[in-house]
Design a protein around this ligand. Structure first.
Ligand code: NAP
Length: 211
């Protein structure tokens, strides 16, 4: 992790980690992070765009540097939001357990809340070392309204009883926006205004992304 970020976060007690591909980041992600910050009393939220996603065909994912730049542009006016290149710099697939271990090693006193989409979270049993993830962090699944995850969560709880007080769902109405929807609209030459920050919209346009 970047030394400057470690220094800034060293006084935090409760730290949110916002993990995602962010291809591109949009207002749904930003509202989810802000809601989690307020509801869970987090001191900071650290955005960590994935480097190489273990579950994705990376040919279809935008260059990590560009996804990172879009995240940086989006959060620059919020003093509680930071972004880290920790997964981009690490070689090989971005396993969440490796990221959490590294953060825990550098910031051992902080309580960690890993925030991601509920549909990503319910697959957690297929991730590397889920038990270790539950030990290192609480996992918050941000969901779209009406998203049904109870059946999946019950399965996780029965297989890993220790996850019972480590997994939560947080409903975020603004998550009706999705990166897939934005990519498809850009591809069809339709407006994405008001779905994501204007500067990110300009970045997409200037770099010819999702065409
Ligand atoms: P994804 O499949 O691209 O996204 C799944 C769903 O969750 C999408 O609807 C997505 O909406 C939403 N989402 C993703 N991140 C979000 C966030 N931070 N806040 C709110 N909604 C979010 O999932 P992904 O982005 O590749 O992975 C999510 C996180 O899980 C990453 O940090 C990844 O490293 C981790 N993960 C780890 C493993 C592993 O360790 N083996 C495996 C899979 C995922 P949008 O498309 O609108 O973002």
């Amino acid at each position: 992790m970047e030394a400057s970020i470690r220094q800034e976060l060293s006084n935090a007690q409760r730290l949110g980690i916002m993990g995602g591909t962010f291809d591109p980041i949009h207002y749904g992600h930003l509202v989810a992070a802000e809601t989690a910050r307020v509801e869970l009393g987090l001191d900071y939220v650290l955005f960590i765009p994935t480097g190489e996603s273990p579950h994705k065909n990376n040919l279809k994912v935008t260059d990590a540097e560009m996804r990172f730049e879009m995240v940086e542009i989006s959060i620059k006016n919020n003093k509680y939001f930071k972004a880290s290149r920790i997964e981009i710099e690490r070689k090989g697939p971005s396993y969440t357990v490796d990221t959490l271990r590294e953060i825990h090693k550098l910031l051992p006193k902080q309580e960690i809340f890993f925030i991601t989409g509920t549909d990503a979270m319910i697959d957690i049993l297929s991730w590397r070392e889920p038990e270790e993830i539950f030990r290192l962090a609480r996992v918050i699944g941000a969901s779209r309204p009406g998203y049904e995850s109870q059946k999946h969560l019950a399965k996780i709880f029965s297989q890993y009883p220790e996850s019972r007080d480590r997994l939560y769902q947080l409903e975020i109405p603004a998550l009706a926006i999705s990166s897939t929807y934005i990519r498809s609209r850009v591809g069809n030459n339709k407006s994405v205004r008001y779905l994501l920050p204007d500067e990110v919209r300009m970045y997409i346009e200037n770099n010819g992304l999702y065409r």
